[in-house]
Design a protein around this ligand. Structure first.
Ligand code: ADP
Ligand code: MG
Ligand code: MG
Length: 255
C-alpha cells in the first residue's frame, strides 16, 4: 500500500520583498485508498502546500520532507514526481497554445507510463473518458486550457486524473468556478478514480459543498500555514455551520 507523508514542511514564497514564510510545519500522512480534505480560509497557505509538493519554482521548501513510499519527492524533478505516481492539479492551470488536448494527454500518459500508449486503444480510452465527463469530442483538438471556461479546465483536470491513474492526487480548488451540474460531473469523475481503493486523494478546498459529493475519510483545518485540527467528515459539517473564525483566532493568538 502506498503512502504519501508530509513531515514538518516549511516553505516560503518568493515575493518582491524577498522570501515570505507561508508553511509553518505541515504534518500529514495519506494512505492509498484514503481521501483527505484540507479546508481553510483564503490566504492560509493551502495552494502553497500544493505548489510546494508540486515543485513550483516560486515556492522554496526551507525544511521538512515529502515522502512517497519512502522516496524523497522534494529531490525529484517535476516529471519524475509524475512518474513516481503523484498528480498535482493546480488552482490556475497553465495554458499551452498550439498543443492539442489529445497530444498533451498522450505525452502525459507516455511520461507516466514510460512508453507511448498504443494509438488505437489510446484514442478509445480518451473518447470513453471524455464521454464519462460530458466533454464534447471537439475538445480533443483544442489547445490545452486556451480559452477554456473554468468548468472546462476542471473537467480537463479530472480527465487527466482518470487517464493517468496516479497513486496520489492533489486537487486544489477543483470545485471553484463550477456550477451545480459541472460540480456533480467532476465529483463523479473523482469518485470513479477513487473507486479502485488503491489511490489516495488530497482535496484542497475553501468550501464544504464538494464534500457533499466526495466524502472524505479525514478532514484537516488549515490556518496560518499549518494543520490546526483534524477529524472525520463531521468536522466539515461543523465548518459549514460555524466557519473558520475560531481556528483563525486561535492561530493569531499563538503567533
Ligand atoms: P490559499 O490557497 O489558502 O488561499 P495561498 O497559498 O494562495 O493560500 O497563499 C498563502 C499566503 O501566501 C497569502 O498570504 C498569499 O498572499 C501569499 N502568497 C502566495 N503566493 C504568493 C506570491 N506568488 N507572491 C506573494 N505572496 C504570495
Ligand atoms: Mg488563495
Ligand atoms: Mg488556494
Amino acid at each position: 500500500m502506498s503512502t504519501l507523508e508530509i513531515k514538518d514542511l516549511h516553505a516560503s514564497v518568493e515575493t518582491e520583498d524577498g522570501p515570505k514564510e507561508i508553511l509553518r510545519g505541515v504534518n500529514l500522512t495519506v494512505r492509498a485508498g484514503e481521501t483527505h480534505a484540507i479546508m481553510g480560509p483564503n490566504g492560509s497557505g493551502k495552494s502553497t502546500l500544493a505548489y510546494a509538493v508540486a515543485g513550483h519554482p516560486k515556492y522554496q521548501v526551507t525544511s521538512g520532507e515529502v515522502l512517497l513510499d519512502g522516496e524523497n519527492v522534494l529531490e525529484m524533478e517535476v516529471d519524475e514526481r509524475a512518474r513516481a505516481g503523484l498528480f498535482l492539479a493546480m488552482q490556475y492551470p497553465v495554458e499551452v497554445p498550439g498543443v492539442s488536448m489529445a497530444n498533451f494527454l498522450r505525452s502525459a500518459a507516455t511520461a507516466v507510463r514510460g512508453e507511448a500508449p498504443k494509438l488505437r486503444t489510446w484514442v478509445k480510452e480518451v473518447k470513453d473518458a471524455m464521454a464519462d465527463l460530458d466533454i464534447s469530442s471537439e475538445f480533443a483538438d483544442r489547445s490545452v486550457n486556451e480559452g477554456f471556461s473554468g468548468g472546462e479546465k476542471k473537467r480537463h483536470e479530472v480527465l487527466q486524473l482518470g487517464l493517468l491513474n496516479p497513486k496520489f492526487a492533489v486537487l486544489d480548488e477543483t470545485d471553484s468556478g463550477l456550477d451545480v451540474d459541472a460540480l456533480r460531473v467532476v465529483s463523479e469523475g473523482v469518485n470513479r478514480y477513487r473507486a479502485s481503493g488503491e489511490t489516495g486523494v488530497l482535496l484542497i478546498t475553501h468550501y464544504t459543498r464538494i464534500l457533499n459529493h466526495i466524502t472524505p475519510d479525514r478532514v484537516h483545518v488549515f490556518a496560518g500555514g499549518r494543520i490546526v485540527e483534524s477529524g472525520g467528515p463531521e468536522l466539515a459539517d461543523e465548518l459549514e455551520r460555524n466557519g473558520y473564525q475560531r481556528f483563525v483566532q486561535a492561530e493569531q493568538k499563538a503567533l
